[in-house]
Design a protein around this ligand. Structure first.
Ligand code: DLL
Length: 433
């Protein structure tokens, strides 16, 4: 088993607690003294930096919400002078203002370190050819993985997203061994590859680091089979740093959080109460080494759980379970909570369907209706109407059993649903609520 930084990745719990505590105390002082917005928040909560002396004290601190970043747009939460900020990124978000994040030189260094750990845990080393097909630009995916790959000493192919045919040709010609992109884009590439007549045996690809959106175990299986690779789930968010916050190892049993930099908690999204190990809830992160934009108890809205059990790979870091959805992506359809990822899991149980789907929610005569478009392969689509209806019915029943809702299922021709080189769009909500 390879590690990039075994000192931290395999650290004893007591030692990790010591490291985290010292760093937490520093961070709290930093934000209190450098960020008026945080000072006010802490004063309102009746706490001072001196009240934070252990990890137990973490829960005394106020939460930070995406709205806080919007209210202080663009630089109001930065804790370093703007002259020390060497990079700005922003996350697009579908509503409201962009969320702007800033990095000092040390933050960029930390980011390269955690991104390098991510790549090594997928098996990459200095001999790897890493094709970075995450978007470069304000999105953190491209440059985040890029710096990690360079830190590793691997050969970086900074192709960014898009131009899929060229992407595949390059993968073949340049001997790419590690692919980095969203899982939905990886599947799109697999389709294009088939059309181009390129087989997985023609590639040198060994592994992929896929993230930036939720994806199911079935989707992993599909990607692994179609490319003949190990597909690793990587997690991160711009506000915390970007890709590199957490990563799976080849055991695929949860994502190791780089907890010497980011302390996680799981809370009940409604009561905001901290939940015990193993409970499902919303992930919250406190960054403890960042200078540009340190965040106290940032509410990610991502649903996960934590385990402190030692992993077979030898890493001792806490693991988060695969993100199963977002507390704000959750749809409420006729009172039932539905996550797109649940629908995806059901669909992928059916061999005839492709992992491309779209959920269209509407409200007709005051009643929520859900229609699910599912792509099928060409052979299936050219089949008899009766067989198509059979499959539609089978899926409808499976959705009803698993999710407890009635949905209209419509099988559609291959390539009907729009492909995206970045994060996939799975839901159209036409309800005006
Ligand atoms: O998506 C950073 C990233 C880039 C992560 C490349 C991994 C790979 P944002 O654009 O700020 O940052 O979006 C963050 O994306 O809160 C999650 O909801 C979602 N997300 C990221 N990784 C995963 C994952 C980047 N592995 C938001 N599984 C997060 C599920 C993920 N959701």
């Amino acid at each position: 088993m390879q590690y990039w930084n075994p000192t931290y990745e395999c650290m004893h719990r007591e030692e990790m607690t010591r490291v985290q505590t010292a760093r937490l105390i520093d961070t709290v002082k930093r934000v209190y003294h450098n960020v008026p917005y945080y000072r006010e928040k802490m004063q309102k909560a009746g706490i001072e930096p001196g009240d934070i002396n252990s990890l137990e004290d973490l829960k005394k601190l106020p939460f930070t919400y995406k709205q806080d970043l919007r209210d202080t747009y663009p630089y109001g939460l930065f804790a370093a002078p703007l002259s020390e900020i060497v990079r700005i990124h922003a996350s697009s978000g579908t509503t409201g203002k962009q969320t702007v994040v800033g990095y000092t030189r040390k933050d960029i260094d930390t980011w390269a370190e955690v991104a390098a750990r991510t790549l090594v845990s997928a098996g990459a080393d200095r001999n790897s050819f890493i094709q970075v097909a995450y978007g470069y630009g304000l999105f953190t995916g491209g440059l985040g993985i890029h710096y990690g790959a360079e830190r590793l000493g691997a050969s970086v192919i900074p192709i960014s997203g898009g131009n899929t045919k060229r992407q595949i040709q390059i993968m073949k010609d340049f001997g790419t061994t590690v692919l980095a992109c969203t899982p939905s884009y990886a599947l799109y590439m697999a389709e294009e590859m088939e059309e181009m007549g390129i087989k997985k045996e023609d590639l040198k690809l060994k592994a992929g680091v896929f993230g930036a959106e939720p994806w199911s175990e079935n989707m992993r299986k599909e990607i692994e089979e179609r490319f003949g690779i190990l597909a690793i789930d990587i997690y991160g968010l711009s506000e915390v740093i970007g890709p590199g916050v957490a990563t799976e190892c080849p055991c695929k049993c949860g994502l190791h959080i780089q907890e010497d930099h980011f302390i996680p908690e799981i809370i009940d999204p409604v009561t905001e109460e901290v939940l015990p190990e193993g409970s499902k809830g919303e992930l919250v992160f406190t960054t403890v080494t960042k200078e540009g934009l340190p965040l106290l108890r940032y509410r990610t809205r991502d649903i996960s759980s934590l385990t402190y059990e030692k992993c077979e790979c030898g890493r001792t870091s806490v693991r988060m379970s695969k993100v199963s959805g977002r507390s704000d992506d959750m749809l409420i359809i006729r009172g039932v909570n539905v996550f797109p990822s649940q629908v995806e899991s059901v669909l992928l149980e059916f061999g005839e369907t492709a992992p491309h789907y779209l959920m269209i929610v509407d409200r007709i005569d005051n009643l929520d209706v859900l229609e699910i478009w599912v792509e099928v392969n060409q052979a299936m689509f050219s089949d008899q109407v009766k067989r198509i209806e059979d499959v539609e019915n089978k899926i409808r029943k499976a959705i009803e059993v698993t999710l407890g809702i009635n949905a209209k299922v419509k099988l559609v021709e291959p390539k009907t649903i729009e492909r995206n080189e970045g994060k996939a769009k799975r839901v159209i909500d036409k309800r005006k609520i």
